[in-house]
Design a protein around this ligand. Structure first.
Ligand SMILES: [Zn+2]
Length: 343
């Protein structure tokens, strides 16, 4: 059975309460939904030094993809427990800033919608126009909030939830010499995909070699975790208004360092295939329903998050330079943009 609405907010606030000493917790926005005031939390632990690298974990941008929020709460729980007894881990956290925004769109979560309470799909709401044609509706549109993937009207301000996320990224990730973001979603395809920009265009990002290097590092370090398909989002489809496209480009224009945003798209069609009854449940299209499957999904990505945390802390050790960077760029172009592109 689906967990009751609000259980994620309750577990998150319980975790905050129990770990006041270890967390820097702040409500960055409150939203109204279902007659209630709902907090958008931003939590931090680890270093506060702007010269240190930083990593941000985001979830619940799409309200009904609750599994994203749940995997982040599970990960936060692991981080908090481990820093209490594992002296190596505590030392690691002294060198890297950790930011969590596990429930960006609590109104959508409570209402069980993808969009925010105003009917706007946050992931289509940034002021970014796609190059070329995007898929009808799915790519983002300005027709009506009654249809999914609505971007809002041109004259509308950025939705408050998206603005809050922008502020968090601008203040807590962008100024660092190296930062990663991981935004957790579910609902597309049979595979767990890790997407990086661009969503707006089929052109490669300037930091293609760095994305390729991180992928190679993961595959070399964990050769038996090949279930992730890491690629530019545009290989699946292009969209208008992608939040991470906007933040990537903004960082590029303002800072010399590196900011690489990723989205994890947990392939929920797999859960539907294994449990066809989920076809009759809207919630079940985006979330695992059976308890053993939920538990499996909650632990499945912990290793990836742990890897990203370590890769962030040790970024100087693996970032490609000079000749190697050129080689990675060639390899990445061949894999994702050339004739050799594919799985
Ligand atoms: Zn999503």
């Amino acid at each position: 059975m689906p967990t009751p609405a609000f259980s994620e907010l309750e577990s998150l606030e319980q975790l905050i309460e129990q770990n006041r000493h270890a967390l820097r917790a702040e409500v960055v926005l409150t939203v109204q939904a279902d007659g209630r005031e709902l907090p958008v939390w931003c939590l931090e632990t680890g270093s506060t030094d702007l010269r240190a690298p930083a990593i941000g974990f985001f979830g619940g941008v799409h309200g009904m993809e609750r599994i994203g929020t749940q995997v982040l709460i599970a990960w936060l729980q692991t981080v908090l427990a481990r820093q209490q007894w594992d002296s190596h881990f505590a030392e690691l956290l002294g060198k890297v800033r950790l930011v969590f925004m596990p429930m960006v769109n609590p109104g959508g979560l409570v209402l069980g919608t993808r969009a925010n309470p105003a009917g706007i799909d946050l992931m289509r709401s940034a002021p970014v126009e796609a190059k070329g044609r995007v898929p009808l509706l799915l790519g983002g549109h300005r027709l009506s909030p009654a249809l999914p993937w609505f971007r809002g009207q041109v004259e509308d301000p950025l939705p408050a939830e998206a603005a809050a996320l922008f502020e968090v990224v601008r203040a807590r990730l962008h100024p660092h010499p190296f930062s990663l973001a991981m935004d957790c979603h579910s609902g597309f395809g049979f595979r767990d995909r890790i997407w990086f920009p661009y969503a707006r265009s089929r052109a490669p990002v300037p930091h293609l070699p760095e994305a390729f290097a991180l992928r190679a590092l993961f595959n070399q370090t964990y050769p038996n975790h090949s279930f992730y398909l890491m690629e530019p989002q545009s290989l699946s489809y292009t969209t208008h208004g992608d939040l991470w496209d906007f933040l990537y480009d903004e960082h590029l224009a303002r800072y010399p360092g590196l900011f690489l945003p990723f989205t994890l798209e947990m392939g929920s069609w797999l859960w539907v295939k294994k449990n066809p009854r989920q076809l009759f449940s809207w919630f079940g299209h985006f979330n695992p329903i059976l308890p053993h499957r939920l538990e499996r999904v909650l632990r499945r990505h912990l290793l990836l998050f742990d890897f990203l945390l370590h890769a962030t802390a040790s970024y100087r050790q693996w970032l490609p330079r000079g000749e190697q960077r050129a080689q990675y760029r060639e390899a990445a172009l061949a894999r994702w943009f050339g004739t050799a592109a594919g799985d």
